[in-house]
Structure formats: structure tokens, C-alpha cells
Design a protein around this ligand. Structure first.
Ligand code: M6R
Length: 363
């Protein structure tokens, strides 16, 4: 049942305020205590986290690396399950192994989990399907509470994975004494305001559709971002590839002049994800290098960022201001909608893109 939407993807995008609110209320009590399901995790017992996943879930892990390292000062390694399982990496003592999977049935992720059995101190999974094999085989399974996701392109599962990973970061930071109670309260109140901020982002639908119309004839599109906006750029490029079949690549903005800038000309639209945070000026200077080479920029930022840097850009998408740590959750919305409307403009099959399956249970 698409609940009045044309596609499951549109329905699932629109459900995000509700399901993220749900996920938060499952983990956080009124007094701000964060409880993980039994048997819980004591982050003073780990010196590192190894995170393993595929596709969009992998990008959720890459985003979480920024959080765990910055907020909980805990080193994180992230790997594709298909690489990890055959590389057979050494797993040092005091390692928490984490597996993120919407379906909980992805073959490579499951094989990577089994490789860690008896080697990692603890195995935790972040899943949507709590009865799944990956959940069952973990010491601790954390549900993301996204509800059933039908569209092949993952949307609400991604933002719910991010929400749960952010809460795990806060728990880790508390256990390890890297944040104060006041900082915790600030983070949680920012997280509690996510549903209403996402509603504001969803109201930008028409502007995003206009940008998608302009984008749709392109053969190649680049996505740029810095810091935790880099994994978001990767996710935006994956969404666009999956459902619109446009070749899209993402780069960390600072990598631009190490090669990819050679691709830029008037035929290559470049989506720049740049909230007005401490890295904004750096990203904007990369964006100006793109424009100097006639690249057409779609700038996604907040009002302050657009006022400062929108001149000369091809299209602008305005997001509401949001706490720096939580930009990845909010900026997922325009990334998803841009792909969605580009696919509509191209007339592709949004919910069942060619060659793809919802759950990849064979390698
Ligand atoms: O069920 P999983 O989260 O393990 O699936 C992982 C990937 O196959 C999945 O995220 C895929 O990349 C999506 N189609 C992305 O939209």
C-alpha cells in the first residue's frame, strides 16, 4: 500500500520524520538515559570498532566513523563486507565488531560477521529486520525501527541506521567520559528536533524537483562534500545511479584537484553538499574551482550558506539550520529526493530499478 504516493520510495521518504522519532523514543528515556537492548554494551571495554556493511549501509557506517571518532574519541575502521571477508584482517583484542544491514540477510555481511566470531570481543548488529540471520547471530542486535522498506533504493532505513548509530556514539561517549551531561542533553534535544527539521526539508520538494529536471539530461554527475558530508555525497551518488541510471561519482571535496577536476566542463553538473559548518569555507573554495571551469553547481546548504555562496550557482536547495553533528541525517533528504525526481523525469522504474534486488543474499 503506497498510502497515496506514486511509489514506495516516495512513501518511505515521507515516513522519515515519524520513524526517526520512533527510533529515538525506543532508545532514549524522558530523562535522556540511553538504553541499548540487552545485554547492552560497555564501551570502556573497547579500544576500537570495526564496522562492516554493503551499499547504503556501508555509507551509514562511514558517517558513523566521523561521529564515533569525534564525539567518543574511539577509532573506527569501516570496510565493505565483500572485501573484509576475503582479506581476513587481524582482529586485535578489545575490538567491537559492528554489522549494519537493513535486511539482516546480505550474504557478504553475514560471512564477515561469521569471520569475526571468536575473534572480536563483541559482535553487534544494526538491523531493520530483527528476526534476520545477522540479528540472530550477533551478541547484540539493535533494531532501527524503520518499518518495512519496499523500495529497492534504501531511504528511511539509512536515516534510521544513522539515528541508531548516533545514539550508540552518545552512549560510547558517556561511557568513555568524552562528553558532559550538558553536551549529551544538547545532542539529544537536537536529535529530538530531527523529525520537524526533516518535515521542513521535505517542503523543499518543488525546488528539488526543479533541480532534478535540470540534472536529468546529464550523462555524468559529481557529488562533493567534506567531513561527514563526504559519505552523504557517496550516498547521493549511489541513489542517483541506482534509480536514474546516470553515472554519478562522489569525491571528498579536497580530492578534487588531485584528479577529478579534469572531468569538469559545462556538461557535468556537480552537487555540492555544504551546510554552513566549520568546513564550509573549504568546500566553497572547491566549489568555486568547479565554477571557474564552467561546472554547473547545485548547492545544498542552509540560508546562511546560500547567502554567502550561492552567487553563480546553477541551482540552490535550502535546508533548515541544524546542529553540526546531525547534518548527515538532514542532508540525506535532498539526496534522496534529487535521485527520486531525476528518475521520474527520466521515466525509469523507481521502485524496481533494473538489475537490482532488494536483498543481496548471494555474493
Ligand atoms: O540489507 P542491507 O542493508 O544489508 O543491504 C545492503 C545493500 O545491498 C543496500 O543498501 C543497497 O546498496 C541499496 N539498494 C541502496 O539503496
Amino acid at each position: 500500500d503506497k498510502a497515496g504516493h506514486k511509489h514506495f520510495m516516495a512513501k518511505e521518504i515521507s515516513e522519515q520524520p515519524g520513524v526517526i522519532g520512533e527510533a529515538v523514543s525506543h532508545y532514549v528515556a524522558a530523562d535522556n538515559t540511553i538504553s541499548l537492548p540487552d545485554p547492552g554494551l560497555d564501551f570502556t571495554k573497547f579500544d576500537r570498532i570495526t564496522m562492516v556493511a554493503c551499499g547504503t549501509a556501508y555509507y551509514a557506517c562511514l558517517t558513523a566513523k566521523y561521529w564515533f571518532e569525534q564525539i567518543a574519541r574511539l577509532p573506527v575502521e569501516v570496510d565493505f563486507a565483500s572485501e573484509f571477508r576475503y582479506r581476513e584482517p587481524p582482529i586485535p583484542g578489545r575490538t567491537l565488531a559492528m554489522f549494519v544491514s537493513q535486511s539482516g540477510e546480505t550474504a557478504d555481511t553475514l560471512a564477515a560477521l561469521r569471520y569475526c566470531e571468536g575473534k572480536a570481543d563483541k559482535i553487534a548488529s544494526v538491523v531493520n529486520v530483527i528476526e534476520s540471520t545477522i540479528a540472530r547471530e550477533s551478541d547484540l542486535a539493535l533494531p532501527i525501527h524503520a518499518g518495512v522498506e519496499i523500495g529497492v533504493a534504501s531511504t528511511k532505513a539509512f536515516t534510521c541506521q544513522l539515528t541508531v548509530l548516533f545514539l550508540m556514539t552518545l552512549k560510547a561517549a558517556l561511557d568513555r567520559g568524552t562528553i558532559t551531561q550538558d553536551q549529551l542533553a544538547d545532542h539529544i534535544s537536537a536529535l529530538r528536533s530531527m523529525p520537524s527539521l526533516i518535515n521542513i526539508a521535505l517542503e523543499q520538494n518543488a525546488a528539488i524537483r526543479d533541480a532534478a529536471q535540470k540534472l536529468s539530461p546529464a550523462r555524468d554527475v559529481l557529488f562533493l562534500g567534506r567531513g561527514a558530508m563526504f559519505p552523504l555525497a557517496l550516498e547521493g551518488a549511489l541513489k542517483l545511479k541506482e534509480i536514474s541510471y546516470i553515472h554519478a561519482e562522489a569525491y571528498a571535496s579536497g580530492e578534487l584537484k588531485h584528479g577529478p577536476i579534469a572531468l569538469i566542463d559545462e556538461n557535468v553538473p556537480v552537487v555540492v553538499m555544504a551546510p554552513r559548518d566549520r568546513l564550509f569555507d573549504k568546500t566553497v573554495s572547491n566549489m568555486q574551482e568547479v565554477m571557474a571551469r564552467k561546472g554547473k553547481v547545485i548547492l545544498i546548504s542552509d540560508r546562511a550558506g546560500l547567502e554567502e555562496a550561492a552567487e553563480g550557482t546553477w541551482a540552490q536547495i535550502e535546508m533548515p539550520p541544524v546542529a553540526d553533528a546531525l547534518t548527515p541525517i538532514l542532508y540525506a533528504i535532498p539526496a534522496q529526493l534529487l535521485a527520486y525526481h531525476t528518475a521520474i523525469a527520466k521515466g525509469t522504474d523507481v521502485d524496481q530499478p533494473r538489475n537490482l534486488a532488494k536483498s543481496v543474499t548471494v555474493e
